[in-house]
Design a protein around this ligand. Structure first.
Ligand code: FE2
Ligand code: FE2
Length: 310
């Protein structure tokens, strides 16, 4: 980036930010440039986006609302400085400074929420914002290091953490935040499902989170010619069996695992979800007793999935 131009951006930002926020900005610059170097992308773009990302952060609410209207950013951003400051910084960078690089503008615009399908530069700004050296929350240092070795995993953890904080505080949650989380969850899980065991333990966790009962994972690979793992769970009603089947179908496809067949949705009390290497058996209470798969496959190892699942 042209030295003079950088100075102009820096001057603009510096007078508008509190000392603390400006120090944060410098931390984001440092981290973002370091990550750009690590991942082989244009360091100038990372520098520019990082320097300007919080340019509007310390505007007062009236001024922000006025600018949201002026730039026609959307009524949803009125009275939401937490979200509006990112969109406004992108608008001003374009309007006042003539920056037209869409990637830089998007990196600024989505630095708070993230979004589905983020570019490398967007991820770098997103994660640098959350993990720069002045951040003091418990995992900040670890996540900062993680970003250098596994950017998607770091983004996933940041997205998860942001969503938890918003959820706990009852604040407005932008749909881009939710989509970013699901997007990174999908990437992280598809990376981690390099074998059927990690996939089976993940499905077990999904079932338990959805209130499936007595969830077990059996390693049937030695005894079976058709699959490697059985996952078995009980649902409280026929309706819940279908809801459990839907949930694992959704979560699996978000992680690039396609279901081969779902059988038994007709109310028999046994729904079978077949992923090929992993077969999920969902029973009502009485049907689980009746078919007693655990007994039939009793010489198979029962996997301690709670200890293994990531
Ligand atoms: Fe920000
Ligand atoms: Fe920031």
């Amino acid at each position: 980036m042209d030295k003079e131009f950088r100075q102009k951006l820096d001057d603009y930002v510096k007078v508008r930010l509190t000392e603390k926020r400006y120090a944060h900005t410098q931390g984001v610059v440092e981290t973002a440039v370091g990550l750009a170097r690590q991942y082989g992308i244009d360091e100038d773009k990372a520098d520019m986006a990082a320097l300007f990302h919080d340019a509007c952060k310390n505007l007062d609410i009236e001024e922000m609302n006025m600018l949201v209207e002026y730039y026609e950013i959307g009524d949803v951003y009125i009275d939401k400085p937490q979200l509006a400051h990112s969109k406004l910084a992108a608008a001003i960078l374009k309007d006042k400074f003539g920056v037209v690089d869409e990637d830089v503008l998007n990196a600024v615009s989505f630095h708070t929420t993230g979004r589905e399908g983020m570019s490398l530069l967007e991820k770098i700004i997103y994660v640098a914002d959350a993990t720069e050296p002045n951040r003091t929350y418990k995992d900040a240092k670890r996540l900062n290091r993680l970003a250098y070795s596994d950017l998607d995993m770091a983004c996933y953890e940041v997205a998860k953490y942001s969503l938890e904080i918003l959820d706990n505080s009852g604040k407005y949650i932008d749909q881009d935040t939710v989509r970013a989380f699901k997007y990174f969850e999908g990437i992280v899980h598809s990376q981690s499902f390099e074998n059927s065991r990690t996939f089976a333990t993940y499905i077990a966790k999904v079932l338990e989170e959805k209130k499936g009962e007595d969830v077990i994972v059996l390693d049937i690979s030695e005894q079976s010619s058709f699959a490697d793992y059985f996952v078995i769970a009980t649902g409280g009603s026929l309706r819940q069996l279908n809801a459990l089947a839907d949930e694992i179908d959704d979560k699996a496809s978000a992680s690039n695992r396609q279901v081969r067949a779902i059988e038994g949705r007709n109310g028999s009390g046994w729904v079978l979800v077949d992923f090929g290497d992993v077969v999920v058996n969902l029973f009502t209470d009485d049907k689980r007793d009746k078919y007693n798969l655990e007994k039939i496959w009793s010489d198979c190892e029962s996997v301690d999935w709670e200890a293994e699942v990531r």
